[in-house]
Design a binder for this molecule. Structure first.
Ligand code: GDP
Length: 432
């Protein structure tokens, strides 16, 4: 899926534009310098084409001055993106910071669309003409707030985004996309090297695949996999010296582009805040997940005891994810990765027919009806799986369901239909 990044100074309206493009209020709107947000990449669609939208507005690389900060932001964005929307405030005109961004964009050679925002009505359009001076061609005038011009902008954006590769076998086309994620030093590179071994695929030999320079194709278990952003795994040193958020942005974008993620944890160390954060991102992005406890050679009986407690405490939310213990350094248990990936992807793509689902719902409701609340007892009338990869269920009910009951339904769904390795979403539509 191609990546479109939105860059620009604070307060030009990047997040408002992102919300407009997503058609929902998801990105946080306040563009407060110094505030970082977790969510930076989003699945987006326009004109039947899917792309990943990256909002650079919400984070603040730890560089000193404003100009420097924006420059770094733009550099990161262009390194990740296939095309860039450069947003300028038409009511303010060109600033030094804008010019610094233009230099970065020029150097990158990536396609750029200049967006003149805050053009709320026709009278304002004249103000945007001055932006021709940036040398980025015609400014696309929009009002992100009111939606003016945003459709035309997206049409133009689709034209500069690369065409998606020809759909091959499988629902989403092409080799399976997998991201190895985890905090620094847990052994991601070691795992990648073990997996790749001799099996690195020469890209030219695979018909109909175009591969990002940061991705890698590897043959495993008789099929070709696309490992997302392996460059990020290798460029650790550079990232460690600079901005933590750079690494986060890469991770987040890799998760967004992947179908299945392998979260690598260091088995010999406590599960950390950062591990939980990555986990959360995978869940929110709705990707299949396998958890690999690496460095198992360093796990003794005592550590094992504490690890079991940590798993109970920290990984309850992802009890459904296959867990494997590996030693990436020696290759021990590496052969368990592919079967785990296959199971996770199978669960992720499972579709339950409406008939089977409602027979099942009828059964569990009979066995275990919803508790009576305030004299009322909400009933599930009908259910349907409205999406797969990841599975999303819609339940039509006579009233709101308790959280506990929703969790019960999810647990039973997993038991019945084998949703291993995938998050499940249950949407309840209550009839008034
Ligand atoms: P990354 O930052 O997640 O890519 O981690 P690396 O793959 O660079 O590994 C970090 C360090 O952990 C290196 O010194 C590796 O040799 C070491 N390492 C990786 N896997 C294992 C393992 O299974 N056992 C042990 N003992 N060390 C490992």
């Amino acid at each position: 899926v191609p990546v479109l990044a939105v860059v620009g100074r604070p307060n030009v309206g990047k997040s408002t534009l992102v919300n407009r493009i997503l058609g929902r209020r998801e990105a946080v709107v306040e563009d407060i310098p110094g505030v970082t947000r977790d969510r930076v990449s989003y699945d987006a669609e326009w004109g039947g084409r899917a792309f990943t939208l990256v909002d650079t507005g919400g984070w603040d690389p730890d560089a000193r001055g404003m100009a420097e900060r924006i420059k770094v932001q733009a550099e990161v964005a262009v390194s990740l993106a296939d095309a860039v929307l450069f947003v300028v405030d038409a009511t303010v005109g060109i600033t030094d910071a804008d010019e610094a961004v233009v230099r970065v964009l020029r150097k990158s050679g990536k396609p750029v669309l200049l967006v003149a925002n805050k053009v709320d009505d026709e009278r304002r359009e004249a103000e945007a003409y001055g932006l021709w001076n940036l040398g980025l061609g015609e400014p696309h005038v929009v009002s992100a707030l009111h939606g003016r011009g945003s459709g035309d902008l997206l049409d133009a954006a689709l034209e500069i985004l690369p065409e998606p590769p020809e759909a091959g076998p499988g629902e989403l086309g092409g080799p399976r996309r997998i991201a190895i994620v985890g905090r620094p030093n847990v052994g991601k590179s070691s795992l990648l090297n073990q997996l790749a071994g001799e099996e690195r695929v020469v890209v030219d030999n695979v018909a109909g695949t175009t591969v990002d320079p940061v991705d890698e194709l590897i043959d495993l278990g008789g099929q070709t996999w696309r490992f997302i952003d392996t460059a990020g795994i290798r460029k650790r040193v550079k990232e460690a010296s600079g901005h933590e958020y750079y690494a986060w942005l890469r991770t987040s974008t890799a998760i967004e582009r992947a179908e299945v993620c392998v979260l690598v944890l260091a088995g010999n160390e406590s599960i950390a805040e950062q591990d939980m954060r990555i986990l959360q991102e995978v869940r929110e992005a709705g990707k299949a997940l396998v958890i690999a406890f690496n460095k198992w050679d360093l796990v003794d009986a005592e550590r094992r005891y504490y690890l079991d407690r940590e798993i109970e405490r920290d990984l309850v939310q992802v009890q459904w994810a296959p867990r494997i213990n590996i030693t990436a350094r020696t290759g021990w248990h590496i052969d368990r990765i592919v079967p785990a990936l296959d199971r996770a992807i199978e669960g992720w793509e499972t579709r339950v027919s409406t008939g089977a689902l409602n027979a099942f719902l009828g059964r569990i409701v009979a066995e275990h009806p919803h508790p009576v609340r305030g004299g009322k007892q909400p009933r599930i009338l009908f259910g349907s799986q409205v999406q797969s990869a990841p599975p999303v269920f819609k339940l039509f009910t006579t009233g709101r369901l308790d959280q506990g009951y929703e969790r019960f339904v999810e647990r039973r769904l997993r038991e019945e239909f084998g949703f291993v390795g995938t998050p499940i979403e249950i949407k309840v539509q209550a009839r008034e």
